[in-house]
Design a protein around this ligand. Structure first.
Ligand code: SF4
Length: 99
């Protein structure tokens, strides 16, 4: 990989919040196939776990992250892959909901 590409991968471009409405997860594991380091299937409960997230109420979990361009693309792809739209990504600097 060229040095410029390596440097671009290291540049943080955005602070985001990934949210999960876990109660409505149907366990399709689409998100796991895209970002297995963040999404783990809990076989006992038949639901997904968002690694290192905080539980903010009965059903909702959040994870705040600094992401570079490649990481942002992956998080957006994972959220868009969810067949029941229970994953969302918010730009924490503008509060814009990206997915
Ligand atoms: S893609 Fe959506 S429904 Fe499927 S496991 Fe992930 S959060 Fe659950």
């Amino acid at each position: 990989m060229k040095l410029l590409n390596i440097l671009l991968l290291l540049i943080v471009i955005m602070k985001v919040k990934v949210t999960l409405d876990r109660e409505n997860c149907i366990g399709s594991v689409a998100c796991v196939t895209i970002l297995p380091e963040f999404w783990k299937f809990n076989e006992t409960e038949g639901k997904i776990d968002l690694v290192n997230s905080k539980k903010i109420n009965e059903n909702e979990y959040i994870l705040e992250l600094d992401v570079n361009e490649e990481e942002l693309k992956k998080h957006l792809e994972a959220a868009r892959s969810c067949p029941v739209n229970v994953i969302h990504v918010v730009n924490l600097e503008t509060n814009e909901k990206l997915v």
